[in-house]
Write a protein of this length. Structure first.
Ligand SMILES: Nc1ncnc2c1ncn2[C@@H]1O[C@H](COP(=O)(O)OP(=O)(O)OP(=O)(O)O)[C@@H](O)[C@H]1O
Ligand SMILES: [Mg+2]
Length: 507
């Protein structure tokens, strides 16, 4: 009987079919009241789909969802929120023109008679925001907030609706280290207050840090639920992927670096953004850029790529000065960029996988002015095998893939291009451990073909594991350039955080 009371959510034989894909297949398990429960699985395993069913985003499915021993079926996401089931996404969508408070109470505004009671909105919202220790106010415009702050607004909204369950789907993917730490503190406090948490992340350290129990899904099927403290990282990976995978970024081969500089950047500046950035990149080299959020790494590479306008500085490709004014021009010159924000910059929404991957090199698939669909499909199939794209279907709309699989399409798009210099901005964001390892191998393959890579990542082990040299940036400036001969995390972090004095020293 006690067991009955403990379960807050019970999934019973939940199945969901999208055209051509069985995203969930008879999934049954339960979540206990007040626990932090991780949902784990490879890209496309069905984690987000299951959450979308719980949260009323997907309303057509088979099977039952029980909340406190009653079958529930929410009409839409707002209906779920109103019933105490809230969701915090990686990228929270708020209405930017409205105030924070208006976003929190949206659709359920406190009224005075017939009229919306603005004073009470802000009073209520500010009370919650101060509990969450936010340093912005209910009266502020939502559009002015950072990603981390927007997530706090989503949590505030959940609390306004007296949430019993809050789920987090890859919440830390765009957060800084300190934002992540404060999010974890808040999540632990929510748990202390009896709120049940569902948590999805590909960063396995986080699972061990905050989760009590975990459930693994593989290809839409339930595999196992267990206590996190009972398993090692290796066991966890094996349960998810079904085989042993190294969770570390490692280079199998080094020393493919040529003599010539393929890229030289001198004194690159955008006034008030970053200043005086100089470096070179050799043929066959991986150069890592590391810095904390706000260090402007992304702006630097976007500027080289012609996506932002420089104020000063010169760029040389193979020793020749170039003036890159647009991304199209950059592509013509042999550059490629896997952008940080794949949803808006990475692929075309109404294109299928084969078309999206072919985009950077259409002439390769064109004969006598006609595009060969067969060639495009074959090209896509190569990458489907190489980095395990799921569903393994060239004709599937990229927009309908799971988050991590979309990232794989964006990466493949550039791998299949003839770009000789690739800029990878957070290339493995949202990618599962198995696919990460595959992406690292593909990167090495590119070096063997004489290509060069610049990698920007906030995952320090990734930068350390893959780069030949590392440039550390802080607040728009290059702090130091380090040769990666057995560098340790602390060596790099101290420069990124500005705790060392020897800033001009080049090792
Ligand atoms: N709107 C949709 N239309 C068609 N297929 C979809 C849709 N949403 C998800 N799918 C498919 O359902 C399957 C499960 O996707 P889901 O997003 O649940 O995976 P996930 O476990 O969250 O993966 P990730 O770790 O990459 O976020 C995938 O094969 C995906 O392509
Ligand atoms: Mg997902």
């Amino acid at each position: 009987m006690k067991d009955q009371v403990e379960k807050i959510i019970k999934f019973q034989n939940v199945s969901k079919v999208f055209p051509g894909v069985r995203a969930l297949n008879n999934v049954s398990f339960d979540i206990k009241k007040g626990e932090i429960h991780a949902l784990l699985g490879e890209n496309g395993a069905g984690k987000s789909t299951l959450l979308n069913i719980l949260h009323g985003v997907l309303t057509e499915y088979d099977g039952e969802v029980h909340l406190n021993n009653q079958i529930v079926k929410f009409k839409n996401a707002n209906d779920a929120i109103h019933h105490g089931i809230s969701k915090v996404h990686q990228e929270v969508s708020l209405i930017p023109e409205l105030s924070v408070g208006q976003n929190i109470v949206l659709g359920y505004e406190p009224k005075k008679g017939m009229l919306i009671d603005n004073k009470s909105i802000h009073e209520k919202a500010n009370e919650i925001l101060s509990k969450l220790r936010c340093n912005f106010k209910s009266e502020d415009k939502a559009g002015s907030l950072s990603t981390g702050e927007m997530q706090m607004v989503a949590i505030a909204k959940a609390l306004y609706h007296k949430a019993e369950v809050i789920s987090f789907d890859e919440p830390t993917a765009s957060l800084s280290k300190s934002e992540t730490d404060s999010l974890f503190e808040i999540i632990n406090e929510l748990k202390q207050n009896g709120i049940t948490i569902l948590y999805v992340s590909h960063r396995l350290e986080e699972i061990f840090e905050i989760c009590d129990r975990a459930t693994v899904l593989r290809d839409g099927t339930f595999i196992e639920s267990f206590h996190v403290k009972d398993v090692s990282k290796e066991q966890l990976i094996r349960k998810m992927v079904g085989r042993d995978v190294s969770s570390f970024a490692v280079r199998n081969k080094k020393g493919m670096i040529g003599e010539e500089n393929v890229l030289e950047v001198k004194g690159l500046t955008i006034n008030n953004v970053f200043e005086d950035i100089s470096f070179h990149l050799k043929k066959g080299e991986i150069l890592g850029f590391f810095g904390l959020v706000g260090s402007k790494r992304t702006d630097v590479i976007r500027t080289i790529f012609g996506a932002e306008k420089k104020s000063n500085g010169t760029i040389l490709l193979n020793g020749k000065e170039v003036d890159i004014k647009s991304s199209q021009q950059a592509v013509k010159l042999g550059l490629g960029l896997v952008p940080e924000n794949r949803k808006t910059q990475g692929f075309l929404k109404f294109f299928n996988n084969a078309d999206n991957i072919a985009l950077t090199k259409l002439e390769k698939f064109t004969k006598f002015g006609l595009i060969s669909h067969k060639k495009k499909t074959e090209n896509c199939e190569t990458y489907i095998n190489e980095i395990n794209l799921r569903p393994a279907n060239p004709h599937y709309l990229t927009n309908e893939l799971s988050g991590g699989n979309q990232q794989k399409v964006v990466i493949s798009k550039w791998l299949s291009s003839d770009a000789s210099i690739l800029f990878l901005d957070e290339p493995t964001k949202g990618v599962d451990v198995g696919a990460k390892a595959e992406i690292y191998r593909v990167m090495e393959g590119l070096l063997e073909k004489g290509k060069s890579i610049i990698i920007v990542s906030s995952e320090l082990p990734e930068v350390l594991g893959m780069s030949d040299r590392i440039i550390v940036m802080r607040e728009g400036r290059k702090v130091i350039e380090l040769k990666n001969n057995g560098l340790k995390e602390e060596d790099v972090l101290q420069y990124a955080m500005g705790v060392t004095k020897n800033e001009s020293q080049v090792i």
